[in-house]
Design a protein around this ligand. Structure first.
Ligand SMILES: Cc1cc2nc3c(=O)[nH]c(=O)nc-3n(C[C@H](O)[C@H](O)[C@H](O)COP(=O)(O)OP(=O)(O)OC[C@H]3O[C@@H](n4cnc5c(N)ncnc54)[C@H](O)[C@@H]3O)c2cc1C
Length: 430
């Protein structure tokens, strides 16, 4: 029987599964479901603000695992001024790369025995697919419970931090950001680009400082990694190295570990995974999710000028009083209540499938076609084939953020491009 595939989600992951199927000689029908405004770019690469840069060097951003220079060749041809492989290219240019690939994919689909149908809207479940691929990507952050109903339904609350098309408030009151990671950095740059002059207050549990990437000239490739994989041993290895080597060298070491993290993670016991999630995830996130030096400089100068305050603390309460937004939090200096002009939720994409509002995920969960993994960080899958363990008769493949609980590192282009290739290969073989 001819194969008929449903690919749900048309960001990088979904469109690259389509492309891989095509490149690997698939013969049949592919239906690509998409909810976003644009195909291929998703929230990460749709933004047009040229100040937002990739947080990975261009050399590592090819969409194809077996053709590592593909993105560099695109730059050479279309944006020669950005061709330096060690630089951090504007994200909108990467968006153009993905759109270029998608156009190419559409064009090629007319020349091969594939019927490619793009369907706008969320997936609903007609039963006649031979395979389903879940590539739903970045979910909106969950709204913390302390945010009152009144605040969340008001225009002073911004639920989607990746939508920069908001109106900058006409008020001198500070802007409040909950979260202190890469999305907070993007949000500060977006606010300034859009003319916001207000002070910005960013609150997170730990208030860790974002680190910048080491200088390109200090990138090392000869790092020897531990072959022991218990969490305790890894922790003591990293602690030892952190004390004895420069920060740049240490960060190079973290980069070198990246491809091994998925293997280490799978060998951790359940207790080790829970320990990591409770005590180490934020520290790991700080050394792992870094920003280009030029962005770090802007953030440092925002802080030095007193325009950005990054606080370690806890949000206690939010309320609307006479149309004004009041925020109470506890931080280094004790309890504070401040009046703010806008609240932006930058707490990061929701990862627990039980908490996601995505209708497809909820439908699959209700049918028990997918199940949460043991640490509630995505879908329980077979790590070799990426197939969800559940009651579905049709194989359901999961990729990207949905596989965090299985691999921990399952977010960046480097991981997604390999997953797209592997899933396409598996579909062709089964
Ligand atoms: C702001 C940001 C910057 C990043 N920068 C980098 C970087 O520099 N380098 C790097 O390596 N990685 C980066 N990443 C990580 C990763 O590369 C991107 O998140 C990547 O684009 C993820 O692609 P995706 O297709 O998995 O998810 P998404 O891009 O989120 O795409 C998923 C798509 O599925 C759609 N969808 C969801 N549910 C349904 C449904 N039920 N039915 C139909 N459609 C649905 C969504 O609307 C969306 O269009 C970044 C991530 C973010 C958020």
């Amino acid at each position: 029987m001819p194969k008929k595939i449903a690919v749900i989600g048309a960001g990088f992951s979904g469109t690259m599964v389509v492309r891989q199927l095509m490149d690997q000689g698939f013969n049949g029908t592919i239906e690509l479901f998409h909810l976003g405004k644009t195909i291929a770019t998703g929230p990460a690469y749709s933004e047009q603000n040229p100040d937002l840069l990739l947080n990975v060097r261009s050399a590592n951003m090819s969409a194809f695992p077996d053709d590592k220079d593909h993105f560099i060749r695109f730059l050479q041809e279309h944006f020669p001024e950005h061709v330096d492989p060690s630089s951090f290219c504007p994200r909108y240019i990467y968006g153009k790369y993905l759109q270029h690939l998608w156009k190419e994919t559409l064009h090629r689909s007319t020349k091969v025995p594939i019927t490619l149908i793009v369907k706008e809207g969320a997936f609903v479940d007609p039963p006649d697919y031979s395979h389903i691929v879940l590539a739903t990507g970045n979910e909106l952050p969950s709204i913390p419970q302390v945010i009152s109903e009144g605040v969340r339904s008001s225009s002073l609350f911004l639920e989607n931090p990746w939508n920069s098309q908001f109106v900058v408030p006409d008020s001198k009151d500070p802007i409040f950001i909950l979260g202190n990671g890469l999305t907070m950095v993007d949000t500060v740059l977006n606010l300034r680009k859009r003319g916001a002059t207000q002070q910005i207050i960013a609150l997170s549990r730990h208030g860790f400082q974002m680190l910048s990437h080491p200088n390109a000239t200090s990138v090392q490739t000869d790092i020897i990694l531990p072959n022991k994989t218990s969490l305790l041993e890894l922790l003591s290895y990293f602690n030892r190295k952190r004390k004895t080597e420069s920060l740049g060298h240490f960060l190079n070491r973290i980069d070198a570990c990246r491809p091994f993290m998925a293997m280490w993670w799978q060998e951790f016991s359940s207790a080790e995974k829970h320990f990591f999630l409770k005590h180490l995830r934020h520290r790991w996130g700080t050394v792992r999710h870094r920003i280009p030096t030029e962005i770090a400089q802007q953030i440092t100068s925002e802080k030095a000028n007193g325009n950005l305050h990054v606080l370690a603390g806890k949000l206690l309460e939010t309320e609307l009083q006479d149309g004004k937004l009041l925020i109470r939090y506890t931080a280094e200096g004790g309890d504070q209540t401040i009046r703010c002009s806008l609240f932006i939720n930058c707490t990061g994409p929701e990862i627990s499938i039980e908490q996601m509002s995505n209708p497809t995920i909820q439908q699959f969960l209700t049918n028990e076609w997918i199940l949460p993994d043991e640490v509630q960080q995505g879908i329980l899958i077979d790590p070799k084939r990426h197939i969800a363990r559940g009651k579905s008769k049709v194989p359901i493949y999961a990729m990207g953020n949905l596989c965090k609980g299985t691999f921990w590192e399952s977010t960046a282009i480097g991981e997604l491009r390999s997953q797209a290739k592997l899933i396409a290969k598996d579909i062709l073989q089964h």
